[in-house]
Design a protein around this ligand. Sequence first.
Ligand code: ADP
Ligand code: MG
Length: 493
Amino acid sequence: MSDNRLVNPLDNGRPTLVDNLIDGWELVVGLEVHVELATATKLFSASANRFGDEPNIHIDPVTLGLPGALPVLNRHAVELAMRIGLALDCTVQPSTFHRKNYFYPDMPKAYQISQYDQPINIDGHLDLPNGQRIGIERAHLEEDTGKSTHVGGPSGRIHGSSHSLIDFNRAGVPLVEIVSRPDMRTAEEARQYVTELRGILLAVGASDAKMEEGSMRCDVNVSVHKPGTMFGTRCEIKNVNSVRSLGRATEYEARRQIAMIEAGETVRQETRHWDENDGRTYTLRTKEDADDYRYFLEPDLVPLDPSPEWIQAVREALPMLPGARRTRLGAATGTAPDSEAVMVVVERGQDDYVLAVGHLGGDVARALVHVKEAYADQGAEPSVAAQDLALLTRMEVGGKLTATQAKAVLADIVEAGGGDAQAIAVAKGFEALDTSSLEALVDQAIAENADAWSKFQAGEGKALGALVGAVMKSSQGKADGKLVTALLNAKKG
Ligand code: ADP
Ligand code: MG
């Protein structure tokens, strides 16, 4: 490990991995992730928080910013924000709301209520499956904007469209913005971060976190620099709508910046748009400063100061998070916590099931492999009883079924939604041979391997393998190895 690492003292103590460099340049990535909270109503009003309904039916004076309307903070949204913060090991602190002023047609008040210099959650972290720790700067509450749809032009872009439609159903929906520290060094780490974050959000029930529906949206900040030097100027990329485009956009943007710098140009701090079809980023706008937003304290809301008891209750009610579940399953099965089987099974929520197979006397390591391979279409509560898989794995490790046979038996069990492995094995002709036909095969093996037999009789333990192997071969793998050994010992006298 040490030979491909250079230490960068500017880098939060994170060493540079030579393998991560692109033509000698190091990538620095920080993510701002917005998630819509799974509340019944909006952040400051009683209108429904629901995606996909007919436009402009979940509106009210607060949502539309009508004069005299007053916001009332949604308690459940605060609780979900705390769940996110605590799951990310943040400190939950007293916080305030600010008005962030700007005009945009999808924002009827002409300001967004957001948290500014005193956010509810600060200073946390998220550990990637490989153990790499990514710092979390803050995770604050704010309201979502409405949604504009540009009509009559190519590919829904505002450019070239004839008119725009606005849907205010989304305006005022509660969001938490999770801001990472610039701790990622590759596009792959950025992908892993978002995947892991999504798993955590789902686990704590804070959001349905669907990137394709926009309930989870990522802005990617990318810069490049030479290891050991100051960080470069970052560009922020918007419109990244899947984990795959996140990787592509990051990679593209890094190479664009490297090419610029190597051509003697300077990277400007700006917001760029990822175009999925073209596979490239475009300038959207040069970066606003905080000054441009004329932030000031929201006069219609009091500071938010959750009681220590409330925070403690939220903390205690948190479920086990994906990272801890992977560690638990990995330890139980003797498998690395970031192995594909453990990752996949925990993501599907089938780890409790695998552990239950173990508690029922089954072999938990075999159960992990089988569930990973055969339960892709099953959810967290598979239709096959854990008891059925327990029996199958017992037969397998007991030598009654080969791995291939076990797979075939399990395929039948899964298709039927359950079943007795023993009975299916018999029906398939996989059952261990009965003693009399087995004895005939043992006699045959002795006759055909006279040399091994006399060595075995003379007490040479190694000769046993040749004899058992011969029986296995003639029985086409159906013989029970332990029984064959017992028969050979009995015949030796
Ligand atoms: P803004 O609102 O201006 O985008 P934020 O503080 O909300 O600022 O977010 C800044 C994001 O940019 C964070 O995720 C941070 O990790 C990231 N970041 C900061 N500096 C760099 C850099 N040099 N390269 C890449 N990302 C960076
Ligand atoms: Mg930001």
